[in-house]
Design a protein around this ligand. Sequence first.
Ligand SMILES: NC(=O)c1ccc[n+]([C@@H]2O[C@H](COP(=O)([O-])OP(=O)(O)OC[C@H]3O[C@@H](n4cnc5c(N)ncnc54)[C@H](OP(=O)(O)O)[C@@H]3O)[C@@H](O)[C@H]2O)c1
Length: 276
Amino acid sequence: MRGLVRAGSPRAAALAALGAEAAPGDLKDAASVEAACRGATTVISTATSTASRRGGDSLETVDRTGQLTLVEAARRAGVRRFVYVSVSPNLPADNPLVRYKREVEAALRASGLGWTILQPSCLMEVWFSPAVGWDVAAGKVRVYGRGDAPISYISIGDVAELAVLAATRPEVEGRVLPLGGPAPVSQLEAVRIFEEAAGRRLKVQHLPVPVIRALSLLIRPFDPITSSLMALGAAVAGGDAIAMGTLLREFPVGLVSVHDFARTLRADVDAPRRRA
Ligand SMILES: NC(=O)c1ccc[n+]([C@@H]2O[C@H](COP(=O)([O-])OP(=O)(O)OC[C@H]3O[C@@H](n4cnc5c(N)ncnc54)[C@H](OP(=O)(O)O)[C@@H]3O)[C@@H](O)[C@H]2O)c1
């Protein structure tokens, strides 16, 4: 097992602990990508510039060109299966991030490689975090739009488990797999679940969809990443439900629910208190 790792990546130690060999490189550096693919049978690509960025990283250089470079390098190296982590099929391609994701999906399908495309809904670890204004520790959460539309929040660990499945099972080759949690939950239902787990009321701030859309368009020329993330916020305000029944009958994975996730956060919050 080998992981493409940038020098100084905070994830390098975790990869090493898993027993993965580090292939130093960067998606913007074609030679390093070629070297990382040499001798590989399977590639799983999750990289994105949306949160973890360095100089020169952008949606254009990483999420588009970098991913296309990786697909081409994998093809040349004779890789047998390429698993690409994209985004939910429900998201409109009205912003650069989703447009590039769909472009890479199309390139992969046309590449001649064996492929599986994963299309996860909102990751719990991201959408229930202060990074998007969901700050349970501070007692306040941000809700996109009215907050009453169902969203199939999924935990990162479950996407990882399904990615391994996609990399190893012949029956998922050539398939696009939309991924969600065990049951869709609206943002307001999630607020109630977190309130119950935290044992306290949370202050809810609603961001009106027309305002998010207008801001997204306004900042697009000089900040395509924030603009795209706002467009995603506006899109999920309208819901992002993904039916998992058929896939779960085929592959019975025990998916983490929003209740489970909120309870884990409670355990994390309580742990320092218990230690004190
Ligand atoms: N957030 C969501 O709700 C959501 C929903 C659906 C799909 N997804 C997709 O799921 C995937 C994982 O998302 P995430 O939130 O877990 O991402 P993340 O934590 O921000 O991780 C992104 C990774 O990409 C790497 N990376 C960035 N630029 C790179 C470059 N130039 N060369 C090589 N590696 C580079 C980063 O490396 P360093 O460690 O060196 O910084 C980091 O390890 C992404 O493809 C995302 O689009 C996310």
